[in-house]
Design a protein around this ligand. Structure first.
Ligand SMILES: Cc1cc2nc3c(=O)[nH]c(=O)nc-3n(C[C@H](O)[C@H](O)[C@H](O)COP(=O)(O)OP(=O)(O)OC[C@H]3O[C@@H](n4cnc5c(N)ncnc54)[C@H](O)[C@@H]3O)c2cc1C
Length: 349
């Protein structure tokens, strides 16, 4: 299989700020670069606070997170790295030649000399409904997100959850679905104020504080849901109601997990990969950067992510080409920029 795979100098796992800056930096260091991101989007946590103003990035006047993400992506593309989206890396194998083959959850393989893990606190996945047989219906009518509103046309939909997603999906389905019921275990919604107001003005049935207790169905589909009132600790109070449904949508939030990477034999604590001041993990050629890394005086902020990216890439470069170690002082005087500088100056005239 190794023969069929294209060999990269460096593979960056995670396309948040640390990974994006690492992709730029490794291009600048003339490394053949691949960046793999688990989600469909680059930008990492910046996507979770798009309209927040960021003040503390060096040389950058206040900027919204979504704009910073756009700029980081643009910068990352400077040296045309290979970008792979929708692949969560989880397994690793060492080849006889000392390269690594890393494998995604969905089975795709990537061959590389070095790896930078810039995975934040791990890939995000939906928190599952912890009710008997819930997993059995995931391929039929129990969903953790809404990809196509039309599939609920004329249907009776029960939404479990009380955050932004639950409230937004309920509003979006109002008028499309035959009937929408929101079941939430607390007495108030966490969703955006205006969306909650819309939800309460729409004729959407709301059951609070209630939770899903049991799913009723045949082998293939859920036909009804038993919901029960809960106390503030989430304990069922045996005031059950029976709701007939055509579909159940569960929005209980997301959890981040480093998943299979925990089995790579790296030193970790509960959220981080432990590294030394060269950002080496202890496994040859594997580095960690950004929020996923932990070492003395580590800064878990954007400023720290960018410094880590440069440090990890420079040491990855030295690992595959030890004589190149001093090139790091060339930085923006690097001849690779000469042609680009000319183009920029011409465009400015
Ligand atoms: C609400 C909020 C506000 C913040 N405000 C500021 C601020 O004002 N200033 C500041 O400096 N910092 C701020 N931060 C912190 C800053 O966002 C983080 O330090 C920064 O995003 C870290 O970047 P990262 O690339 O290390 O990780 P992340 O941004 O978490 O990116 C990690 C990426 O890796 C991907 N990934 C994870 N596992 C895998 C896998 N197995 N395979 C493939 N891809 C994977 C994830 O999907 C994600 O895209 C804020 C954070 C939050 C939550």
């Amino acid at each position: 299989m190794q023969n069929e795979l294209d060999l990269y100098d460096i593979t960056i796992v995670g396309g948040g700020p640390a990974g994006l800056f690492a992709a730029f930096y490794s291009g600048m260091r003339s490394m053949k670069t691949k960046l793999i991101e688990a989600s469909p989007y680059l930008g990492g946590k910046l996507n979770s606070y798009p309209d927040k103003m960021i003040w503390d990035v060096g040389g950058q006047p206040p900027i919204k997170a979504k704009q910073l993400a756009r700029q980081l992506i643009e910068q990352a593309m400077t040296f045309d790295p290979t970008i792979v989206l929708n692949q969560q890396i989880q397994d690793i194998k060492r080849t006889r030649e000392g390269y690594y083959i890393i494998q995604s959850k969905t089975g795709e393989c990537h061959l590389t000399r070095t790896i930078v893990l810039s995975i934040g606190y791990g890939a995000k996945s939906a928190i599952k409904l912890s009710v008997k047989d819930a997993d059995k219906y995931e391929n039929s009518n129990l969903h953790y997100t809404v990809t196509d509103l039309k599939q609920y046309k004329g249907k009776r939909v029960l939404i479990s959850g009380g955050g932004d997603s639950a409230v937004d999906f309920a509003n979006a389905l109002y008028g499309i679905a035959h009937d929408v019921m929101v079941v939430h275990r607390r007495n108030e919604f966490k969703g955006h104020e205006r969306s909650v107001e819309t939800l309460l003005t729409n004729r959407i049935r709301v059951k609070m504080p209630f939770a899903v207790k049991r799913l009723e169905g045949d082998q293939a589909r859920i036909n009804a849901v038993e919901i029960d009132q809960v106390d503030e600790k989430g304990v069922f109070l045996n005031r059950c109601e029976h709701v007939k449904v055509d579909a159940v949508i569960v929005n209980h939030g997301m959890k981040a997990d480093i998943g299979g990477i925990r089995n790579w034999g790296l030193k970790t604590d509960d959220r981080h990969i432990l590294v030394n001041d060269k950002l080496e993990t202890g496994k040859e050629g594997i580095y960690a950067a950004g929020d996923s890394a932990m070492f003395g005086n580590k800064i878990h902020l954007l400023a720290g992510a960018f410094t880590d990216a440069a440090t990890a890439v420079n040491h990855a470069k030295s690992y595959i080409k030890p004589e190149s170690a001093m090139d790091i002082f060339i930085s923006s005087h690097n001849p690779v920029f000469d042609e680009k500088n000319e183009l920029i100056e011409q465009a400015a005239k």
